[in-house]
Each structure stands twice: as structure tokens, then as C-alpha cells.
Design a binder for this molecule. Structure first.
Ligand code: SF4
Length: 313
């Protein structure tokens, strides 16, 4: 019983990811421990903004859980280090990557906000990963401060330099993710700035996202599909819009959990935390279910008293 409880603490899924197929999520930091406080963050406001690296979650707690999840013979396309904040803040990330690589041949991806790549040690620790997906939501300092609300000691130019150095050192794939927000970082001037950074660094893919999940700041809005398409074309051939869930992925989705969430929202409006606490599943896993239920028009959302609620439609 204890093992199952622990499993829910650091491992979630496999969840269907729009980019990675079935992804087994590994959460390396406590809830909202992050160097940024992005206005679009789906997890809410950053409660522990820091650049201090430490072993927030112990390697020795993570690896047995990953081992057990793999042994269940579930379909897993990627093991993904991400979670409730910035995974590279965990100073054991290098050992965790190596430990997972010893356990399995399943490809390993790291989702990072890229803010710590200026640090040579962090870059070295990420080298054994197969895929690194850093985000970059601003092409200049002013927009960086506006969108990412970074920790005071972070420096935008150093972050760009860190990405550049990492590109030279890392032999795996790097997919850059850009979160585009209407009226904030998607003007034609901004896109030109992004283009020059991207062409200088050279990523394997550039993936465009927009605010489709409920963001921290309710006033921000997504780009339209036409606007996204225009920017995609401007970025050139290795750029894509992060695709919708594929049909077959949705079909294979665990319906039982989807039904349990529906039963919950039918009874009363609930928050993300309510669902996560009631069902004992990780917030990030709940987010994936909610995204699909919203797409299927089974639930709707509204804000009340500064909190976001989900209710049955
Ligand atoms: S970097 Fe990620 S976890 Fe951190 S605030 Fe931004 S979106 Fe949220």
C-alpha cells in the first residue's frame, strides 16, 4: 500500500502527451518550485521561486518507482522528467538520468524552462538524455520579464548563451518550445527576433504552443489557428504547431479515470487540487484528462475568488 502511495508522489501516467505519445512523468521538485513564475503557467503561481539546486526529491526514492512503473508493462513512449516546476533545480538530475538509462531503453526526455543552462554542471548532467525540450517565450529582456517573471538573479543574455552552449555540447535532439500569447510576444517584430536567435542556435525542431490550458493570469489569451499558422510559416520547415492529441491516443486513454473525474465534477464545481487530492493522482495527470474533457465539451471552467473551477457541462 505504501508503495502505491509513494508511486503517486513522484511518478504519474503514462499520460498521453501531445508531443511524446504515452509519457511516464517523473516529478523532480515539489509543487511550484521554479526559477520562473510564468503568466501562462497551468499549475498556478510559483510558491517557491528559487535558483537553488538541491536534491528536492531523492534519487533513491525516484529510481525504484520508475523501475516499478516500467515493470507494469504499460505502453510508454518516453520517460519524461518534468513535473511541478523546473526539474533541473534537482541537483540529482544527472544521477537520475543515468539511473533511468541503466533501467531501460525507453527514450528519456527532459522538459525544462532552460533558465539554468548557463550553468556548465547542469548542461553536463543533461547530456545522457535523448531529448531535451527547453522553452523560450521571449526574444528580448522586456518580454522575458513580462512573460516569465524570472528569479531576480537570472540574466536573459546568459540564458540564450546557455542554450547556445548546450546545442554545441548535446548530441541528442533539442526541440525548442515557444508559448505564444496574444498581444504579448507574437508581434512581427518579436517573431523576427525569435527567428534570429533560432537560426543562430539551430534546434532540431521549433514547436509553437499557445495558451490552451487555463493560465495563471486569466487576462491572457491564445493566438488563433490562423495566426499560429502564419508564424509557423515564418519560422520555416523545422517548425510545427504542437499537434492536437491523436485520435488513436485518445481512444487508448484510460476511460475509467476520465469517468471518475466526470463523476466528481458532476457533484459540484471543483479545482485542479480538489480533483488531484480526491483521486490521488498527480496534478499534471489531472491536467491531461481535463484538457481532453474540455476538448470533448464535457466540462467547462470559470473563475471565482481567484480560483479556477471545473464543472460538468
Ligand atoms: S517554467 Fe514551467 S513550471 Fe515554471 S512557472 Fe513557467 S510554466 Fe510554470
Amino acid at each position: 500500500m505504501t508503495e502505491i502511495k509513494d508511486m503517486q508522489k513522484y511518478i504519474y501516467g503514462p499520460v498521453p502527451s501531445r508531443r511524446l505519445g504515452f509519457s511516464l512523468g517523473v516529478d523532480l521538485v515539489p509543487y511550484k518550485t521554479c526559477s520562473f513564475d510564468c503568466i501562462y503557467c497551468q499549475l498556478g503561481v510559483t510558491t517557491n521561486q528559487t535558483i537553488e539546486r538541491k536534491e528536492y526529491v531523492k534519487r533513491d526514492n525516484i529510481l525504484p518507482q520508475v523501475k516499478e512503473a516500467i515493470s507494469l508493462n504499460q505502453k510508454i513512449d518516453y520517460i519524461t522528467l518534468s513535473g511541478s516546476g523546473e526539474p533541473a533545480l534537482n541537483s540529482a538530475i544527472g544521477e537520475i538520468i543515468l539511473g533511468i538509462k541503466k533501467l531501460t531503453k525507453i527514450p528519456l526526455a527532459v522538459l525544462t524552462n532552460g533558465s539554468l543552462l548557463y550553468d556548465r554542471t547542469v548542461r553536463k548532467e543533461l547530456l545522457p538524455a535523448d531529448l531535451v525540450i527547453p522553452s523560450l517565450d521571449a526574444a528580448d529582456l522586456e518580454t522575458f520579464n513580462l512573460v516569465n517573471r524570472p528569479h531576480a538573479s537570472l540574466n536573459f543574455d546568459e540564458i540564450i548563451l546557455g542554450l547556445k552552449d548546450f546545442r554545441h555540447e548535446f548530441k541528442g535532439k533539442i526541440w525548442l518550445e515557444i508559448m505564444l500569447i496574444k498581444g504579448i510576444n507574437a508581434s512581427s517584430q518579436e517573431i523576427e527576433h525569435f527567428k534570429s536567435i533560432i537560426s543562430e542556435i539551430g534546434f532540431d525542431k521549433v514547436q509553437l504552443n499557445t495558451v490552451i490550458r487555463p493560465p495563471t493570469e486569466k487576462s491572457i489569451s491564445p493566438l488563433t489557428p490562423i495566426e499560429l499558422e502564419k508564424i509557423k510559416n515564418a519560422f520555416g520547415e523545422n517548425c510545427e504547431i504542437i499537434p492536437e492529441f491523436k485520435k488513436k491516443l485518445q481512444k487508448a486513454y484510460p476511460i475509467a479515470m476520465e469517468n471518475r473525474i466526470i463523476e466528481l465534477v458532476k457533484r459540484r464545481p471543483v479545482t485542479l487540487s480538489d480533483i488531484s487530492d480526491s483521486l490521488g493522482i498527480h496534478r499534471n495527470e489531472v491536467i491531461k484528462y481535463l484538457e481532453i474533457l474540455k476538448k470533448e465539451s464535457k466540462i467547462k471552467t470559470y473563475n471565482y475568488g481567484g480560483r479556477r473551477y471545473y464543472e460538468y457541462k
